[in-house]
Write a protein that binds this ligand. Structure first.
Ligand code: MSP
Length: 504
């Protein structure tokens, strides 16, 4: 009944783009749904500051790295808020609590005999913040992801004996077939391990920006050896006076995209084992949200500013688009135009109009009062409740929304078929009209609860417009749960039309 979810901590070499908003928004949907089902949750996000690329941007701007990081942390902190993501803590890797914990963690690995000194000579891609083998480069010696030439590095480093963990990792994967989802990502990670593991450098000698190693202060921790540990360090100082490791470790679930699979699915569990901790419970590796079939990134110049989209359409609409535009888990293309299309056609017409029509009819035909009677069942909400919960547990965030939206459409078909405006013409139909109006009120109430994780603002507005008690307990997704309501007036449009000028 406890659930801890993390997003990657994002590099702060520039401001957030829609790809970062993507993981954070999806994470919030998953966590909210768990909360609705009574689970105790903790949701962590934050920023990764000690990267070489961050250090370089600070230099370019003529700022001390810490000062640069303090400034850019502001829009990053803003991101979850603007997305209406209810995070429990925002970690920065320059937090004193994190730095202290990382030093302790690395020392444990060292004391365990898993760290040794050697000379590193090889290629380093600053875009990936990763060391590259020749096989990982193109024929021309470029990084396959960034198509840039990596830098040659030759320095004394400390290495982590990852190779010694191959058998333990394979055993872990074999014992826990759900350790990494989806299945094809599990296979990818497992075959990487089975193919043989090389030790990796966990320190940098040539960079002053970072966390000094406790046993050799002349070196700083390699950015990944510092960043991954955030998932555990945060639990030690997020709430003053509490050690949440007792509560939320190892019930941790990590969300990440496929670009950082190896670090999370291979390096991180091995580091944890070395330092004497249990591996996390599960990792979900999702695909990319692509624009024009290309990954979004600053260097490719196809960035969408998430905050601007939110300014125009509101956070609910952006969240809805994120969940629905591409199937979560897979790569998928989406256009910015499709935000508008979904806003108008699905949110505005399917859901918004259903609420407007229902409340208008209740106001006109029944003076704002709907009595609780035995409803029709155009939607089987018991089945929906189970279906959505199961899908959310499997991280099928898009599928869960799809089946919920089918229910929205069935309720619309029900209004059309029952035509309450015809029933209202003859008093002989009074009982039937009461039943239809209650069925609509009841269906919209259940839908508001079912949609809460995706549309937190609109779902609250729906309950209010229908004069139903506040609260999104999952049991309220059922038939016949709405109470007698009085004082219903025609609701304000949930998704008002947006003039084109506003988007220009
Ligand atoms: N700092 C590291 C992560 C350290 S975690 C211990 C990093 N940062 S990042 O800023 O590059 O963020 C990468 C993550 O951002 C991806 O794994 C994914 O969660 C998210 N995304 C960035 N662009 C994205 C898309 N275009 N589509 C989907 N997710 C995207 O890697």
């Amino acid at each position: 009944m406890r659930f801890y979810l993390t997003t990657p901590i994002y590099y702060v070499n520039s401001t957030p783009h829609i790809g970062h908003a993507y993981t954070t928004a999806i994470g919030d949907m998953i966590v909210r749904n768990r909360q609705q089902r009574g689970q105790e949750t903790f949701f962590l996000t934050g920023v990764d500051e000690h990267a070489t690329k961050v250090y370089r941007v600070a230099q370019e701007q003529g700022l001390e790295p810490q000062e640069y990081a303090d400034r850019i942390a502001v829009p990053w902190r803003e991101l979850p808020k603007r997305l209406d993501a209810e995070t429990d803590f925002f970690i920065r890797t320059s937090d004193e609590g994190h730095k202290r914990f990382v030093r302790d963690f690395l020392q444990r690995m060292y004391d365990n005999g898993d760290v040794y000194e050697d000379v590193y000579a090889g290629w380093y891609c600053v875009g990936c913040e990763a060391f590259k083998t020749d096989e990982e480069l193109t024929e021309d010696g470029l990084c396959k992801d960034h198509l840039t030439k990596p830098e040659w590095i030759e320095e004394k480093n400390y290495f982590f004996r990852l190779s010694a963990y191959q058998d333990r990792l394979l055993a872990l994967y074999d014992e826990r077939p759900q350790f990494v989802l989806p299945g094809f990502r599990y296979n990818e990670a497992r075959s990487f391990i089975a193919g043989g593991l090389q030790d990796f450098s966990i320190s940098r000698a040539g960079q002053p920006w970072g966390i000094p190693l406790p046993w050799d202060e002349s070196q700083v921790a390699y950015v990944w050896a510092d960043a991954l540990i955030n998932y555990l360090s945060a639990l030690t100082y997020a709430r003053e006076g509490e050690d949440l490791r007792d509560v939320f470790w190892p019930v941790a679930h990590h969300l990440l995209a496929k670009d950082i699979l190896r670090f999370h699915c291979v390096f991180w569990p091995a580091m944890l084992l070395s330092a004497g901790y249990e591996p996390p419970q599960q990792l979900f590796v999702h695909g990319y949200l692509l624009l024009d079939d290309r990954k979004i990134s600053k260097s490719l110049g196809n960035v969408i500013e998430p905050l601007e989209l939110i300014d125009v359409y509101g956070s609910d609409a952006v969240r809805f688009w994120i969940a629905r535009a591409v199937s979560f888990g897979h790569d998928g293309s989406a256009s910015v135009d499709s935000v508008r299309e979904r806003y108008e056609n699905e949110l505005g017409n399917d859901l918004g109009n259903l609420l407007s029509r229902t409340t208008a009819m209740v106001a006109r035909y029944r003076d704002g009062t709907v009595k609780r009677v035995e409803p029709d069942a155009p939607v089987d909400f018991d089945a929906l409740r189970e279906d959505v919960a199961g899908r959310m547990d499997d991280f099928d965030v898009t599928g869960a929304l799809d089946v919920t939206w089918d229910a929205v459409r069935r309720l619309n078909q029900y209004v059309t078929a029952e035509a309450p405006w015809q029933l209202a013409k003859d008093e002989a139909n009074d009982a039937k009209l009461d039943r239809v109006l209650y069925t609509l009120l009841d269906g919209l109430t259940a839908l508001a609860v079912a949609l809460h994780a995706y549309l937190p603002q609109s779902s609250a507005k729906i309950l209010e417009a229908l004069r139903q008690p506040a609260g999104f307990e999952w049991e309220r997704v059922r038939n016949g749960g709405a109470v007698t309501a009085e004082g219903i007036g025609q609701a304000e449009p949930l998704f008002p039309r947006i003039e084109l000028a506003a988007t220009a």
